[in-house]
Design a protein around this ligand. Structure first.
Ligand SMILES: NC(=O)C1=CN([C@@H]2O[C@H](COP(=O)(O)OP(=O)(O)OC[C@H]3O[C@@H](n4cnc5c(N)ncnc54)[C@H](OP(=O)(O)O)[C@@H]3O)[C@@H](O)[C@H]2O)[C@@H](O)CC1
Ligand SMILES: Nc1ncnc2c1ncn2[C@@H]1O[C@H](COP(=O)(O)OP(=O)(O)O)[C@@H](O)[C@H]1O
Ligand SMILES: [K+]
Length: 499
C-alpha cells in the first residue's frame, strides 16, 4: 500500500526546519529547490505557451519568495513574465527579500488604483498565485482582499503555489473569507487536509503534489492521523487454489422496484474474486436473480415477513453484506436486526437502506450490535442520519466521522470524491481514485459487492475497505476513460474492474 501523509501546519513547519538543519542548507536554497521543482512541472505542462504572458502575483512571505524565484526561473527559460509584489505590509520575509533582490522589473501594488491593469489580462494567459501560502493565519483584508477578489473574476488560468492564497491548510475558514479560486494548486511535498474536503472545491481546483526533497526520515517518523491513499493492490491468486479458497459471501439486497441494486452488488461481488456468492432476496425476485446473475446462488424469503434467517446456516458464509435496495419498511428493519444478531464475529458490510434504517431513532439502538470492524459505507446524507445531526463545516464532519469509527469500533467509508475511510484507531484515509462520472445511481451498490467479496477472501476489514474503495474508483476511472464521465453508468464500473 502506498500513502502520502497529511501533515498539520505545525508539522509542515517542523519538517521544513528539520530538512534545513539536517541537510545543512539555507532556507533560501530550499526555496530555490521548491521553485525549480515548480518550474520543471510548469515546463512539462505549458511548454507550448512560451509566447503567452504569465502574471506572477507575490506576497511578502516565503510564498511570495517562491513566486519571485519562479518568475526569475521562468524568464530564464524564455517565458514572458510580469511580476507584481503586493505591498500589504512593511516588511518582507528574509528569503522573500533575497529573491526580490535577484530579479528586475517588478511592479509594486500598493493601492486599489494600481489594479487597473488587471482587466487587460486575457483569458488565455496564466496567473501564478504566490500571495499567501501555508503561513496564512487570519482573514485576508485590505489590498490583498481586493486583488484576490479581482483575480477571481478573471478568466485566465490560475495556478496557486503550495495552497490558494487565504486558504487555511488544516482548519476551517470563515464562510465570508476571501480566498483565491485557482484552476490548479501545485502543492509542495505532501497534500494538505484542506484539499480533501468538498467545501474547499473552489479554492483548490485540480491539485497535484510536487516533490521538493524534504526529509523522508522526518516524514516517516511523524505521527499523523490523515493519509492520502495513492495505491493498493490485491494479493496474487495461488495456482492450486479453488473456489473454496476464496470464501462465500451472503448478500442481502433488493426489494420490489429495487432489484437492480441487488444485481449490481452481486455482479460486482463476483467480479471481485469471491469463491461463491449467495443472494438472499424476497421470493418474487427468485427468477430475476437467477436469470440476471447465473453465477450466484439464490435464497428467498416471503416478501411480507422477515422470518427467514433462522433457516440460514450463517457459518457457511465468511462475509455478509446487507442494504442495497432492501427498502426501509418495518420488515426490512426486522431483517436488519436479525442479521446483526446472527452476524456476531462475522465480517459485515452495511450499506444504503440498512444505513437509513440504522439512522432512525430505533435504529441507532442497534449500533452497539455491529460486530467489531464492520464496514459501513454511507454517503454524507446517510452519515448525517447515522449520527442524528449535521455539522457546521467539513472539518467538523471529519471529527464526527473519526469519533463514530472509534466509538463503535467500526470502519466508516464516507463516500464521495476523495472518499474518507475512517478506521477504529482514528486514522482516516482519503482515496485518490474515482471521478464525477461515478455520481450515478447504483455506483454505491457496486462498492458494497466489491468489499464483501474481499472480506470473504480473508482480507482484513481495513484492507478490504481500502482496497475496495481504491479499485472501485480505479474501475470508474477506466470506465470514464472509455466512454466519458457523462455516459458512465454503474454497470460500466463492474465491466471495468481489473484485478
Ligand atoms: N519553509 C520552507 O522551508 C519552505 C516554504 N516554502 C514556502 O513558504 C510558504 C510559507 O511561507 P510563510 O510561512 O512565510 O507564509 P506566507 O503564507 O508566505 O505568509 C507570510 C506572512 O503573512 C502574514 N499573514 C498571514 N495571514 C495574513 C493575512 N491574511 N493577511 C496579511 N498577512 C498575513 C503572516 O505574518 P504576520 O503578519 O502574522 O507576522 C505570514 O507569516 C509555503 O506556503 C511555501 O510556499 C517553500 O519556499 C519551500 C520551503
Ligand atoms: N464526484 C465523485 N467522484 C468520485 N467518486 C464519486 C463521485 N460521486 C460519487 N462517487 C462514488 O460513487 C459511489 C456512489 O455511492 P452512493 O451515493 O451510495 O450511490 P448509490 O446509492 O446510487 O449506489 C460512491 O462510492 C462514491 O464514492
Ligand atoms: K499561494
Amino acid at each position: 500500500m502506498k500513502t502520502l501523509k497529511i501533515l498539520s501546519a505545525s508539522q509542515t513547519k517542523a519538517l521544513d526546519a528539520f530538512t534545513i538543519e539536517q541537510e545543512g542548507i539555507a532556507s533560501v536554497d530550499l526555496m530555490e529547490r521548491a521553485s525549480v521543482a515548480f518550474v520543471n512541472w510548469f515546463m512539462q505542462e505549458y511548454f507550448a505557451v512560451q509566447q503567452l504572458s504569465i502574471h506572477v502575483f507575490c506576497g511578502l512571505g516565503n510564498n511570495g519568495g517562491d513566486g519571485l524565484a519562479i518568475a526569475r526561473l521562468l524568464r530564464q527559460k524564455g517565458f514572458k513574465v510580469h511580476v507584481f509584489v503586493v505591498e500589504y505590509a512593511k516588511q518582507k520575509s528574509v528569503d522573500c527579500e533575497i529573491n526580490f533582490g535577484k530579479i528586475q522589473e517588478i511592479t509594486s501594488i500598493q493601492t486599489e488604483s494600481d489594479l487597473a491593469f488587471l482587466k487587460n489580462i486575457k483569458p488565455n494567459e496564466i496567473i501564478i498565485d504566490a500571495l499567501l501560502g501555508a503561513g496564512v493565519n487570519r482573514s485576508v483584508t485590505g489590498i490583498l482582499k481586493t486583488i484576490i477578489e479581482q483575480i477571481n473574476v478573471l478568466k485566465a488560468t490560475k495556478i496557486s503555489i503550495d495552497i490558494a492564497s487565504g486558504l487555511y491548510m488544516d482548519s476551517a475558514n470563515l464562510p465570508e473569507d476571501v480566498i483565491l479560486k485557482p484552476d490548479k494548486t501545485i502543492t509542495f511535498q505532501l497534500p494538505k487536509l484542506a484539499m480533501m474536503l468538498p467545501q474547499n472545491q473552489a479554492f483548490v481546483g485540480d491539485w497535484q503534489v510536487i516533490d521538493i526533497g524534504l526529509n523522508q526520515q522526518f516524514i516517516q517518523e511523524t505521527k499523523v492521523e490523515n493519509y492520502y491513499l495513492t495505491e493498493i493492490l490485491p494479493e496474487v491468486r495461488q495456482n492450486f487454489s479453488h473456489k473454496g479458497t476464496y470464501g462465500h459471501s451472503l448478500l442481502i439486497a433488493g426489494s420490489r422496484g429495487m432489484m437492480g441494486a441487488a444485481i449490481l452488488s452481486a455482479k460486482a461481488c463476483l467480479r471481485s474474486g469471491v469463491g461463491k456468492l449467495t443472494c438472499l432476496v424476497p421470493d418474487f425476485a427468485y427468477d430475476i436473480l437467477q436469470i440476471s446473475v447465473p453465477e450466484a446462488m439464490t435464497l428467498t424469503y416471503p416478501e411480507s415477513t422477515h422470518e427467514v434467517l433462522s433457516e440460514i446456516e450463517i457459518d457457511n458464509f465468511q462475509s455478509i453484506a446487507i442494504g442495497p435496495g432492501i427498502g426501509t419498511k418495518p420488515e426490512a428493519f426486522e431483517l436488519l436486526k436479525s442479521t446483526l444478531l446472527m452476524a456476531k464475529n462475522k465480517a459485515v458490510v452495511i450499506d444504503a437502506d440498512a444505513l437509513n434504517l440504522l439512522g432512525t431513532e430505533k435504529g441507532r439502538a442497534l449500533l452497539t450490535l455491529l460486530p467489531k470492524n464492520t464496514i459501513l459505507t454511507p454517503h454524507p446524507k446517510e452519515f448525517q442520519k447515522l449520527i442524528g445531526h449535521t455539522w457546521k463545516d467539513d472539518f467538523e464532519k471529519l471529527n464526527l466521522l473519526r469519533a463514530f469509527a472509534e466509538k463503535y469500533e467500526v470502519i466508516v467509508v464516507l463516500k464521495g470524491y476523495q472518499s474518507a475511510i475512517a478506521m477504529p484507531d482514528g486514522d482516516i484515509f482519503f482515496n485518490s481514485t474515482g471521478n464525477a462520472g461515478m455520481a450515478t445511481a447504483g455506483s454505491g451498490d457496486v462498492l458494497t459487492g466489491i468489499i464483501v467479496a474481499l472480506l470473504a477472501q480473508g482480507y482484513s476489514a481495513k484492507e478490504a475497505a481500502l482496497l475496495g474503495v481504491y479499485q472501485h474508483g480505479k474501475a470508474g476511472d477506466f470506465a470514464a476513460g472509455n466512454r466519458g464521465k457523462m455516459a458512465l453508468i454503474a454497470s460500466d464500473i463492474i465491466e471495468n474492474l481489473r484485478w
